[in-house]
Design a protein around this ligand. Structure first.
Ligand code: FCB
Length: 531
């Protein structure tokens, strides 16, 4: 009798599981823009160095990325951003592309070295100001809301040479000066400001692993000629947070009252799951979130670094004075997250950590990474489908989870997903038309949007979603090989060709029935993590 009832409960459970997973697949497939709140913004993102080109035109000065990409061996295939997508000359056409998709917002960044090529010690470059002014006007004419990032990884090389860039607190004043010019020139038309894009990635890539300028690192994180991976990332983050806070105060005191806009910051925000089902790895997954994302937002919302970071980093972690605490606390009107995937976290305090695949981060025995490693594989099985980026795995549920985390930790502050995107797995070997028929990208965005819609139903105050990227572009150290665009860019002619994903986004935004039919039902990312 007992075994019979066991049999029935197992059967019932199986049916339930099947029902839930079929339902979530169904939801993912049917995600509609009408499921999002009124006024929700749907956009796409780019950044100045990755698309503009015109690297020394009309008075622009050299940036740290110009110099870095011209240094032999730094960028895949020796690529650089000298021409990039030539957006500087083709911006009108690009605004037309956005309009044809039906975007309601566009996030782009301003090249610091185009507007103030020599920082505070030089003049404003009016040609640079005019370029952005025209871009903003063209967007507004088409009813597209400009989301402007003041600094997205690039700054004048002169500031790097004169001060050592973000390692010097003087960059706080330099940044505020640049931001002030942006607020003065564009603030009458721009109502959404992002001070700095991903200070956590800049600190990691520029000062822990050394893959971005100024290529600082120490062992075991990388092999660089200068740097200290244990301390420098903490210093540059400190300066960027204070730079943000000073610029935000300036905006709030002098511009917000008349312009009525909002100011925020964007951090990279992966989701982390425990590698093994035990308390050590559960703690490690929590620490991973803290040492990457809360590192940025705790100070700016709550007024200080996360207690967990203080515990493990001790005196290595800089301190804010009480005046600085007052300045940084509550210095954002909204949270911006760039979400690209989910990784496993493994504790390295109570067990030893060795990295064996390309998705794993070295240095788990160092406090800078919170005594843990993050990786995409468990027992040879990846956490989600692989993409072209070794650490970006497709786990749609991670979107809901990371948004839930931010909602709880920061008292449901308004949030924007400022980047989410998919890079093709084999961009080198694929043919142009194969790259344009990007069913995987379509399924990726559908699944992530469905997960975001669930987070919103759970109560998160999310107000917009931006696809990285409008078009294929210069993907930093990976050059042009890594492609995230809704538009394919022919590298020989620089023609933009809409991919299937561009057509899908257009149909999604108009709630058209084409959704799902043309994209092929064969490929679906599972909305679970059970892999
Ligand atoms: C983010 C960057 C963006 C782009 C995507 C793929 O970290 O903000 O510029 O490189 O990754």
């Amino acid at each position: 009798m007992k075994s019979r009832s066991n049999y029935f409960s197992c059967f019932f459970l199986l049916c339930l599981l099947l029902f839930v997973s079929v339902n979530s697949l169904e939801e993912q497939h049917n995600v509609k823009s009408s499921q999002f709140p009124d006024g929700f913004l749907f956009g796409a993102t780019t950044s100045a160095y990755q698309i503009e080109g015109a690297f020394l035109e009309d008075g622009k000065g050299l940036s740290n990325w110009d110099v870095f990409s011209h240094t032999k061996g730094r960028i895949k295939n020796g690529d650089n951003g000298d021409i990039a997508d030539d957006h500087y000359h083709r911006f009108q056409e690009d605004v037309e592309l956005m309009h044809s998709i039906g975007l309601t917002a566009y996030r782009f960044s301003i090249s610091w070295s185009r507007v103030v090529p020599r920082g505070r010690s030089g003049k404003v470059n009016f040609a640079g100001v005019t370029f952005y002014s025209k871009l903003i006007d063209s967007l507004l004419l088409k009813g597209i809301t400009p989301f402007v990032t003041v600094s997205h990884h690039d700054h004048p090389q002169e500031l790097e040479e004169r001060y050592g860039g973000w390692l010097d607190p003087i960059m706080q004043e330099e940044f505020t000066h640049f931001a002030q010019i942006c607020f003065e020139r564009f603030g009458d038309r721009v109502k959404h400001w992002i001070t700095i894009n991903e200070p956590n990635i800049l600190a990691e890539m520029g000062y822990v692993t050394g893959n971005y300028p100024p290529a600082h690192c120490s062992r075991p994180f990388g092999n660089c000629s200068a740097g200290n991976s244990d301390t420098e990332p903490l210093i540059v983050m400190h300066n960027m947070l204070l730079a943000h806070a000073k610029a935000a105060k300036l905006y709030r005191d002098h511009f917000q009252p008349k312009h009525g806009g909002l100011i925020g910051i964007v951090a990279n925000a992966f989701m982390y799951k425990p590698l093994r089902d035990n308390d050590f790895d559960r703690d490690a997954a929590n620490r991973a979130l803290v040492f990457t994302t809360a590192w940025v937002f705790d100070p700016l919302v709550l007024g200080d670094y996360p207690p967990e970071m203080r515990k493990y980093l001790g005196s290595l972690l800089p301190r804010f004075t009480s005046d600085e605490r007052n300045l940084i606390k509550n210095s954002i009107d909204f949270i911006g997250i760039n979400h690209y995937g989910t990784l496993y976290a493994k504790d390295c305090i109570y067990s030893s950590c060795v990295c064996s695949d390309s998705s794993c981060t070295a240095g788990g025995d160092h406090p800078i990474h919170g005594y843990l490693i993050t990786l995409g594989e468990k027992d040879g099985v990846s956490i989600g489908e692989r993409t072209g980026m070794p650490r970006f795995f497709v786990v749609p549920k991670g979107m809901e989870e990371v948004v839930d985390y931010m909602k709880k930790r920061y008292h449901n502050k308004p949030m924007f997903v400022t980047e989410n995107g998919y890079s093709s797995l084999n961009p080198t070997t694929a043919q142009a038309d194969e790259l344009q028929h990007d069913t995987k990208r379509v399924e990726f965005h559908k699944a992530y949007l469905a997960s975001l819609a669930q987070a919103i139903r759970n109560g998160a105050d999310v107000r917009g979603y931006f696809i990285w990227s409008l078009m294929d572009n210069f993907e930093w150290a990976r050059g042009y090989e890594m492609k995230f665009g809704l538009y394919y860019v022919d590298r020989a002619t620089l023609d933009r060709v809409p991919k299937l994903s561009a057509k899908w986004y257009r149909d999604f935004l108009t709630n058209s029935s084409l959704n799902g039919e043309e994209t092929g039902k064969a490929i679906s990312f599972k909305n679970t993590q059970s892999r």
